[in-house]
Design a protein around this ligand. Structure first.
Ligand SMILES: NC(=O)c1ccc[n+]([C@@H]2O[C@H](COP(=O)([O-])OP(=O)(O)OC[C@H]3O[C@@H](n4cnc5c(N)ncnc54)[C@H](O)[C@@H]3O)[C@@H](O)[C@H]2O)c1
Length: 417
């Protein structure tokens, strides 16, 4: 059973999935290994992830390992309907996702994948795990373990564990080096600008781009916006991150000071109300607002609606809010993840590593879950290192190996100057 928009889009979906697969050599290798070794034989996986061509690569890999997979979208706007169709028609997955669904439809789809009675859950933002622990507690006894893909989801899971609410082990795939150092930084950096450019066709050179949050995503974004000729202003609440931004040559200001000067505002903090009514009240005519943090809480869209006298859809994923004094503020993708709603999400070459981490972690969990308490766990270091090694090999990059003497030196405290 599935719920998708249009099964006739499957052919287009297959073509795009195959195109993405060309840039995912590590995941392809793991898929071949899984097909031979079948580490997930007979396991049911329920996933709540962005329905993109790269996710299709992960689903196919889990299937090659012997799992059956049901997939719901992890954002109402990020679903690629052709990918959903291809997954159902050509690759035998159950998919519950339609682009542009409302909140009710979004949660109905999460309930559908849970209905399959999963052994493992793969989450991106913790809505699936949250729904299990609130509405479907009857299924908690049969879920063996889970994986979490993004920073916001890991933060929510830690909170659940702290309050003693988490009932099965979940592995923070987001926290591997091969995920957040590349996906969050290079992936979000490039794809967020891609989304803004596709939605507006704006020229970034010479513009003032205000970036809220200088974490893994924000740093990548700031570097790339500067590369396109923008004057970049960073806003932060963490003194260390702010200092890092300042020493990298970015202007650092509170949002209240940046608000009147910015041409483009991008939030990527994982926090709420980062752009609030007070900031909106002083922005320039024509300012563009975009969010790339996980949830649509970073820009206060309700305050924007209340300030507006008219709202027009001016382009795909671009709404112009006309304020009482005539100023126009342009909100992209309704304040949701702009890189997935207005563009295609991260390039496949980056998702190659994130989803290699996911696939190898699932294979490890197939046996390791029995030894793990209900808590948030790290991915074993060997998986992280193996993914980096495979990625380097796929790029024909070689590195030095430690000599026996170097190995001994690094593990000794006796040798000094
Ligand atoms: N768009 C995507 O495809 C994508 C990809 C990866 C992660 N994410 C999401 O992006 C968000 C950020 O992820 P990250 O890995 O960079 O997290 P991070 O923790 O490394 O960085 C977040 C930064 O925001 C700062 N911050 C918090 N509140 C702030 C505020 N009010 N004003 C200014 N700065 C503030 C924090 O101090 C921190 O430095 C999360 O919601 C994550 O889930 C999105």
């Amino acid at each position: 059973m599935s719920d998708i928009a249009d099964v006739s889009l499957a052919y287009e979906g297959v073509k795009r999935i195959e195109w993405a697969d060309r840039s995912m050599p590590v995941l392809r290798q793991i898929r071949e290994r899984f097909a031979a070794e079948r580490p997930l034989d007979g396991l049911r996986v329920a996933a709540c992830m962005h329905v993109t061509t790269e996710t299709a690569g992960l689903i196919r890999t889990l299937q090659a390992g012997g799992a059956s997979v049901a997939l719901a979208a992890s954002n109402p706007l990020s679903t690629q309907d052709d990918t959903a169709a291809a997954l159902v028609q050509e690759y035998g997955a159950e998919v519950f996702a339609r682009a542009g669904t409302d909140r009710e439809g979004y949660y109905a789809h999460i309930h559908e994948v849970l209905e399959t009675g999963p052994d493992f859950v793969l989450d991106d933002g913790c809505d699936l795990v949250n729904t299990l622990h609130t509405d479907r507690t009857d299924l908690l006894g049969t879920v063996k373990a889970g994986c979490e893909q993004t920073t916001t989801g890991v933060i929510r899971l830690h909170q659940m564990a702290l309050e003693g609410a988490l009932r099965f082990p979940v592995v923070a795939v987001n926290d591997t080096d091969t995920k957040h150092m590349f996906d969050n930084r290079y992936g979000t950096g490039q794809s967020t600008l891609d989304g803004i450019i596709r939605a507006t066709n704006t020229l970034l050179a010479g513009k003032t781009v205000v970036i809220a949050g200088f974490g893994f995503c924000g740093r990548g974004l700031a570097e790339r916006a500067r590369g396109l000729g923008a004057r970049v202003v960073v806003t932060e609440i963490d003194p260390v991150k702010a200092l890092d931004a300042a020493l990298q040559g970015f202007a650092v200001q509170p949002m209240a000071e940046a608000a009147p000067h910015g041409d483009v505002f991008i939030t990527v903090t994982g926090n709420r109300d980062v752009v609030n009514a007070g900031h909106l009240a002083v922005m320039k005519d024509g300012a563009i607002l975009a969010n790339s943090g996980h949830f649509d809480v970073e820009i206060d869209v309700r305050a924007l609606s209340e300030l507006a006298v008219e709202v027009h859809r001016v382009r795909h994923q671009a709404d112009e809010y006309v304020l009482a004094d005539g100023r126009r503020l342009v909100l992209l993708a309704e304040g949701r993840l702009v890189n997935l709603a207005a563009a295609e999400g991260h390039p496949a070459a980056v998702m190659d590593m994130s989803f290699a981490d996911q696939a190898l972690t699932c294979a490890w969990l197939a046996t390791a879950h029995t030894t793990l308490p209900p808590a948030v766990h790290d991915v074993p270091k060997e998986i992280d290192t193996e993914v980096a090694r495979l990625k380097l090999a796929s790029m024909s990059v070689s590195i030095d190996l430690l000599t026996a003497e170097q190995e001994e030196y690094l593990h000794s405290w006796r040798l000094g100057s």
